[in-house]
Structures are given as C-alpha cells and as structure tokens.
Design a binder for this molecule. Structure first.
Ligand code: F6P
Length: 537
C-alpha cells in the first residue's frame, strides 16, 4: 500500500526523473553550463548559499518545488506562522517565530495576542541580565555574581551552550559560564570544582521542570550551595528558573519573581530564543541578544515570504529529501569552518533528529518511505584529519553542508586564508574528485592508482557569510529550523512532538529502585536482569 506522499504526481515524476539522472556526473553538469556555480545559488540576508555542487538539474528542482506545493508547504507555513495548532498530537500551536516577533506585531493564540507576553519576558530577562553584568545583583554574602551555571538538558542545554560558545567573542569575559546537563554526577562536580557558592548563580532551565536529569542536578546544586552558604534564604539570591511550570518551580524553593516563563507553543528544541536563552543574554548582554533575535526574525520573514524557488530553508529541505528518499543517503554532515560554531552540529542533531525521527504520519499511518536524516559533524579543518577519508573515498553517499565566514573575528593572518581555502577545496574535491588519468599523469605507480582515485560526484552545499555575529547566528539557526519544517510537511509527519523519548525514561524509573534495593525482585529479559545483577554486586 502506498501512502499519500508516494501517490502524489510530483513524487511519481521525481521517481521517474531520478532513474533518468541518478548516474549524472556533476563534472559534466558544470562543463555543460559554465555559469552553473552562479545560477545554482542564492544570495539573501547576507548568506551566499551555493547549491551548485549537487546531483540536480533545473528539472530536478522544478519537480521538487512541485512536490513542496503539492504537499502544501505554503499552506502549512501560513498555518504555522498564524498560530494554528499544527502540532496535532499535542494540540499545540508552533510559534517559536513569535519569540522574535518585533514589538507591536500581533500573533493570536486562543484569542490572546502573545507578542506583548513575549516582550514582557524579554524585558524582565534584560533587567536581570543587566543587574548580573553590572554587579548590582548581589549574592547572599553581598558579593557580585561571577559564575553562571545553566542546569538543563536537551533543548534546555544544547541551544544555550551552542549560543554561548558561538558568541563567546561578544561575551563579558569577566563572567564564567558552565553548562551542566548530564545526570552523571561528574558533570556537576567538574562544573563547580573551582567555583565559590557565594559568587555563583544557578539557572535551572527546564520547560517541564520534571526532567529527571535536571531535577537531580538542581537538587545537588542546592545542596552544594547551601553547604557553603548555610541558609535557606540564600536560594533566592543564587537560583533562578526558566520554565513553563510555575507550580513546581515554587515547590523547589525558587521565588516566582525569579522565574522566567515561556509557553507550551515553544518546543524544547526550538526554545533557545525563549527565556531558555537567559544565560546567552547574561553572557552577551541584551543589545547583542536583540541582534540574535533580529537575525532569527529576518530568516523567519525570508522563509515566510520568499517564493519557494528563492527560499533558502525550502531548498535545503528539498535537497535533503532528494538524497534521503531517492539516493538512500542515511546521513547529512554539517561542517562549520569556524571554531566558534563547534557545538552547532550537536545542537542541530536534536533540532533535526528529535523533530523528524518519526515513522508514523499525522494520520497515524506507517510511512512507506524514509524520514529523518542522521545529522552529524565537527568543525573544519579538524574533521579533515579524521573522518573525511570516508566521505571522499568510502562507499557511502554523505551530503555535506559547509558553513564559513569571510572574515575572522580574530585577525591572525594567515589563519583565515588557510581555513577558508580548506573549506572551498573540500567542496571542490568532493564534487570533482581525481580521475585515473589524472593520477597516472602524476607518475603514480600503476598498482597504487586505484587507491589514489577520487571518484567525486559527492554533493555539498556551501553557506558563506560575512563574519560570525549574533545576527548571523540567528539566521543560521532559523534557517535549519525551517528546513526541518519543510521536510516534516512533505513527509507528512509531526516534527513538534517527541514521543520516542518516553519509553526509555519510564523504564529507567523502574530500574532505579531495582539498582538501589537489591532485595527487589527483577523480572526483565535475561540480558537486562544480568546487567542489573552485575551493578548490584
Ligand atoms: O526528553 C526529551 C526532552 O523532552 C526534549 O524534547 C527537551 O528539550 C528535553 O527533554 C528537556 O526537557 P525540559 O526542558 O522539560 O527539561
């Protein structure tokens, strides 16, 4: 039985077209069209997006755009921006775009304009950030705060840590930032090993305020802080919360005054521009933070208004789908050629894989096609000396995104020239490779020739921006957020729930007492029982 997706006219013509072009060589595409490098590109919002090094023709793109239209990408896009409850399994709107909507705009959810609510929280965050940064906010013993520890996991960690690292250049260097996510106690222990409690602020970041890891770390942080400060009243000066759950925040002992709220229409992995960004705002200050929001909003507007053919996130989404569903590519690599973006691939993993790792359509039917792609990556040039070998000469097709900046924030010639030369060279090598004749002409001994041939024809996109900045980070984040949306719509799945993470959590809750009380009977499978017994011993 085929699903609605595989029954669409565009899908069928894409399948037929794929059979015609699957052997096509990028080299010949470039030879046939000497302007290809300039025609298969967009230059929007300061992002030069080169998608010429792909196994596509004009016809491929045209059918992909037909598919997007046939699957209702434009209608769903309007539905998302206008606050319709497109997260149907949880009956929620999906409005991370409202988090960066300018003051004065109007977005209605359940009869309420949410934009003033968003700005009230942003103002409260700005006020608090300024107090921490200026030293006006005093700890319990009267000292200013020097250390900020964000405790959270998943979307309540990956966005903040990625943004802090990405924007470190713009941060207040006299402040120390640490991020604790793992329930492994070593994560907390190492984060505070050189800190003093009377100079340390904990931000407990959790949308639900029930997540096991975060609650355990928050409890340990409170014990650690109280063991030095010795007075319950100190909690009010050293703990704040970011959450949607005021009841549990106050139960934990954090004053509601010290809570920064957000809403159920913000998914965890889409929350770095909600109050979850508090640590980012303290680090870079409200002005730069606004710059990041401006960048996010600019990309939101581009995605909302640009025709599909000129729409960066749409094209990214369609290219990903082309390789995933037709070339059977399993993964997508992302290589930022900028050290500040070293946590960006980890951030993207949650964004993309928790969103589109679904095997059931919105109607509850099993898909008869592949969905979510495995995202992975590391900053360049490091990866070149590790796993690029497999991308160049391995047996797997790995579409790759390169992200680079023309100017470095740290002017240390000739580093930037070396860095960007490498990024550009990798795209060139992947696409065009090196033939047997070329290798032979170099005088390579005959028996080594096969080892030195690069078959090429390996696809990549290049995103080239001016310089790392809060605005550009915002644009990159929103760019991928919307690409995820486009793919989710075409696959007919819900990118905004994450039910697949629940089972493991429930089973862990069962196993905790079984590890703690060896008298407890255990009734798992033989492998699980053996592991539990081993731990108990
Ligand atoms: O378990 C997955 C998840 O729900 C993510 O979606 C979320 O980002 C993370 O846990 C943390 O959730 P919370 O912010 O509620 O602690």
């Amino acid at each position: 039985m085929s699903t609605t997706l595989t029954n669409t006219a565009a899908w069928k013509s894409l399948r037929k077209h794929f059979n015609e072009v699957k052997e096509i060589e990028m080299k010949s595409l470039f030879e046939k069209d000497e302007n290809r490098g300039k025609s298969f590109k967009l230059d929007e919002l300061g992002i030069y997006f080169d998608y010429s090094k792909h196994r596509i023709t004009d016809e491929t793109l045209s059918i992909l755009f037909d598919l997007a239209r046939e699957r209702g990408v434009e209608e769903r896009r309007s539905a998302m921006f206008s606050g319709e409850k497109i997260n149907t399994t949880e009956n929620r709107a999906v409005l991370h775009t409202a988090l960066r909507a300018p003051k004065g705009s109007t977005i209605m959810v359940d009869g309420r304009d949410i934009v003033p609510d968003v700005h009230a929280v942003l103002d409260k965050m700005a006020d608090f950030s300024n107090k921490i940064r200026s030293g006006e906010w005093k700890g319990f013993t009267g000292k200013p705060i020097k250390n900020i520890v964000n405790i959270g996991i998943g979307g309540s960690d990956l966005g903040p840590v990625m943004a802090y690292e990405a924007l470190k250049y713009f941060s207040a260097r006299e402040l120390v930032f640490r991020f604790v996510s793992n329930v492994d106690g070593s994560d907390f222990a190492e984060a505070v090993v050189d800190l003093q409690a009377d100079e340390t602020l904990f931000i407990i970041s959790s949308k639900t305020f029930t997540t096991l890891e975060t609650m355990a770390n928050a409890q340990t942080a409170r014990n650690w802080s109280l063991s030095q400060l010795g007075d319950q009243l100190s909690v009010a000066r050293h703990f704040v919360a970011v959450s949607t759950n005021e009841k549990d925040v106050t139960k934990f002992g954090i004053d509601a005054q010290n809570m920064f709220g957000f809403w159920d229409w913000v998914g965890g992995r889409y929350s770095m521009s909600a109050a979850i960004g508090l640590s980012t705002m303290i680090a870079i200050g409200p002005v730069h933070y606004q710059g990041m929001l401006n960048g996010l909003h600019e990309m939101d507007e581009h995605f909302r208004t640009a025709p599909l053919e000129k729409n960066i996130p749409v094209i990214i989404g369609l290219l990903g789908l082309w390789y995933n569903n037709f070339f059977d590519a399993q993964t997508q690599a992302v290589f930022p050629y900028d050290r500040y973006l070293h946590r960006f691939p980890a951030y993207l993993q949650q964004l993309t894989m928790e969103s589109n790792g679904k095997h059931v359509t919105l109607d509850g039917e099993l898909t008869d096609y592949q969905t979510g792609v495995v995202y992975w990556g590391e900053p360049g040039t490091n990866g070149q000396h590790s796993f690029y070998q497999l991308i160049h000469q391995g047996t797997k097709l790995i579409p790759t995104d390169f992200i680079g900046f023309k100017k470095s924030l740290n002017n240390l010639p000739p580093h930037q020239d070396y860095l960007i030369a490498n990024m550009i060279a990798q795209g060139e090598a992947l696409a065009f490779g090196k033939t047997t004749d070329e290798v032979r002409a170099e005088g390579v001994p005959e028996k080594l020739i096969p080892h030195k041939v690069f078959e090429g024809n390996r696809p990549s996109s290049t995103f080239f921006l001016d310089q790392m900045s809060p605005e550009n980070l915002g644009k990159l984040v929103a760019m991928y957020e919307h690409a995820v949306f486009v793919q989710g719509v075409i696959w007919g799945i819900n990118p905004y729930d994450q039910m697949g993470v629940e089972l493991g959590k429930v089973l862990a809750q069962n196993i905790i007492p079984e590890l703690q009380y060896s008298s407890k009977e255990i009734h798992h499978d033989s492998s699980t029982n053996a592991l539990i017994e081993l731990y108990r011993k």
